[in-house]
Design a protein around this ligand. Structure first.
Ligand SMILES: *Cc1c(COP(=O)(O)O)cnc(C)c1O
Length: 398
């Protein structure tokens, strides 16, 4: 391997394997697991630059974050920097890594420091953080479609799309306009449709977050989160905050994440394609499964959801179809509770994004959703096997 991959205009599948080659530093083909917390300063006293001098050089633009030597692993360490570099290429923006999706969301709140936030239903953990900020700092939390005049300059509209747990899509461009007309920012939680399924920046997102625990990690074995911004100055400010908040991904987690990213594009494409096929199958064959009362997914949103809203944005925003998560509603709560015990391939567990398909009676972990709802996360197993497994489970209650 020689030469500069930067100049080659590589596509996603190549970038996920090679974007961090220039950071290798050793001849190892697989990146070493790097566990040190501290790094030796230069031997030559003439080369010593204090932390203050380095930060000053960052602020003036004389140095970029990547030019700064590793000092202490709460700031940067080799493996998380490599994972961050690969994620930046995947997301087409400057990625900043965190120890979990929620620590990424918390970091966004610390950075924006809004007085008001608009937020819809969606991942309950984000609401949990907002409630802490409400308790401690008087943050005002409003519904997603609240009166826009409540938004002041510097406030935040937080939109999750597709949304947990249904997998339904919201019009990002619409909410970008609402935020920007008031001088507020649009933060998108895009965990349910990472690239290449959706690019929130195309529709006006200011900051994009992902729980990297899900598709980027992809194997249900690590926690991580990421914020992505088109503005390198914002990325730098987030990294400076992170130095003190102390929520960088630890070394082993970073290494697992980096390893997962090498196959990321193949997993996400297969998982999304399979979910779209499975949703279509059960939508088309609904009459054979009377236990199934409703299927929610962006791919059939125009057909199934109460249609007072324009759904024409979905085809533009999700050109490859919906993400790998969908939800079903069944006849009653008892069935919802029992159904996961009738599947063979689907584990009954919370979370999503892994290679293993999961089904969850959502009431187990989210008290805010209807108790007849099951959330389904499609993994990389054979699509026909997954359809057969769900069909057997549904038939059990017919
Ligand atoms: C899982 C998830 C989160 C939280 O991420 P963690 O990595 O578990 O902290 C946030 N938003 C969405 C949509 C999620 O699915």
């Amino acid at each position: 391997m020689s030469g500069d991959s930067e100049s080659l205009n590589l596509k996603l599948a190549s970038l996920q394997v090679h974007a961090d080659d220039y950071l290798a530093g050793t001849s190892d083909v697989a990146p070493p697991i790097n566990v040190t917390t501290t790094f030796r300063y230069p031997d030559n006293p003439e080369e010593l630059q204090t932390e203050c001098e380095l930060l000053g050089a960052l602020d003036s633009g004389e140095l970029t974050h990547e030019d700064i030597p590793h000092i202490y692993s709460r700031y940067t360490q080799p493996v998380s920097s490599r994972a961050e570099t690969v994620l930046s290429k995947i997301l087409g923006a400057n990625a900043v890594l965190y120890s979990s999706g929620l620590s990424a969301f918390h970091a966004a709140m610390i950075y924006f420091n809004p007085k008001n936030i608009f937020i819809g239903n969606g991942y309950h953990g984000c609401h949990g953080i907002l409630h802490i900020l409400q308790r401690n700092h008087g943050l005002k939390i409003h519904p997603l479609d609240a009166d826009p005049s409540l938004l002041q300059k510097g406030d935040v509209v937080h939109l999750e799309s597709p949304v947990n747990p249904t997998g339904l899509a919201f019009d990002i461009e619409h909410y970008a306009k609402i935020a920007h007309d008031r001088g507020a920012y649009l933060l998108i939680d895009a965990t349910f449709a990472p690239p290449p399924l959706q690019d929130p920046f195309l529709w006006g997102a200011d900051l994009v977050m992902h729980s990297a625990t899900k598709y980027f990690g992809g194997h249900s074995d690590l926690l991580a989160g990421v914020l992505a911004t088109k503005d390198p100055k914002v990325a730098l400010a987030l990294k400076k905050d992170r130095n003190y908040i102390g929520t960088i991904t630890a070394s082993l987690e970073s290494w697992l994440l980096l390893r997962s990213l090498r196959t990321y594009s193949y997993r996400i494409k297969i998982q999304a394609e399979s979910a779209n096929k499975i949703v279509k199958y059960f939508h088309d064959h609904a009459s054979e499964f009377p236990v199934l009362k409703k299927i929610h997914h962006a791919s059939i949103q125009a057909l199934t959801e109460s249609s007072d809203k324009d759904t024409s944005f979905i085809a533009k925003q999700l050109p490859l179809g919906g993400g790998p998560v969908f939800s079903i509603e069944v006849a009653d709560e008892k069935i919802a509770k029992a159904l996961p015990s009738k599947t063979t391939l689907f584990h009954h567990a919370t979370s999503l994004g892994g290679v293993e398909s999961l089904i969850e009676w959502r009431a187990m972990s989210d008290p805010t959703v209807v108790r007849t709802l099951l959330r389904v996360s499609i993994g990389v197993e054979d699509t026909d096997d997954l359809i057969a497994d769900l069909s057997r489970a549904f038939k059990h209650f017919s």
